[in-house]
Design a protein around this ligand. Sequence first.
Ligand code: SF4
Length: 321
Amino acid sequence: MIGKDAVEETAYELTARASIEIPDDYLAGVEKMAETEEGDLGRFVLSSMLENWQAAKEDRRAMCGDTGLPRYYVKIGNEAAVEGGFVALETAIRRATARATHEIPLRPNRVHPLWRTHHDNNVGINAPEIEYSFEPDAEWIDITTVHKGGLFGTDYRMLFPGDGIDGIKRFFLDVLVSFGKRGLACQPAIVGVGLGGSKDISMTLGKQAACLRPVGERNPDPAIAELEEELKALGNSIGMGPMGFVGSSMVVDCHIEVGYTHTGGMPMSVHCFCLSSRRATARMFMDGRVEHRTDPKWFTPYMRREGVEWPPAAESLKASG
Ligand code: SF4
């Protein structure tokens, strides 16, 4: 049994880690970009960010004044059990968010959309968001927190199948140029693309692609992996770089996730996980162990399952090569 107090302590610790320490994969990606960036201002921004992350780590303070919106992704092993059930788990996560907001501290960004009232703790109606997925044959739960910044760094377009790959590239470029020009979502960003699904799932997949896959990880479908590389290169070739200044460091990485969609359309979303790509994960085991990491490991083969059976029947495995 996974204790509810342990869930609260773990969610609190994750919230602190995510707000203060930039994940290694994103840091390595920006360090690599700093070596090749030729724009003067772009280079300056990248080196300042590297100093800023180091200072945040040493001082144990949030890496950006806008501490974003804490949200949580919970992957539940099919054999796992939580003391008090999943209502207790949600209570623990909400308590951890409120406490962390005061103690780390985080900026209390969450307000009522109409009255702008707030509880001064980043908790409210439908906040923080908690999304769930499941994993077969597992006796643990994974909790990931993401503090998404870049209030405006998201867009959506309903494409037609005939728009094809060219239409995907066009929307991708439209978004990055527009965000760069208007100073939305501090770049370089991890750009997530959601393709297909219904409209809401397209948005969900794109956000998860941006926030839950580490820099350098490719989609297992080789053709999609190739498109990820192509979009990344395209995004870095538009002449805008860090924070929209002249340069070539706009996209640290591009991740695409797909979902089966209506035959008449191809919904597409684009999401930018900004310079403060804050995420942290912990795996909680039934025997009380807790293991921390920065790779959420969200998109498992089970998440991307295609057929009816799990595990896939031998014939369908053969058919898919
Ligand atoms: S977009 Fe990201 S880096 Fe820029 S101010 Fe917002 S949270 Fe901070």
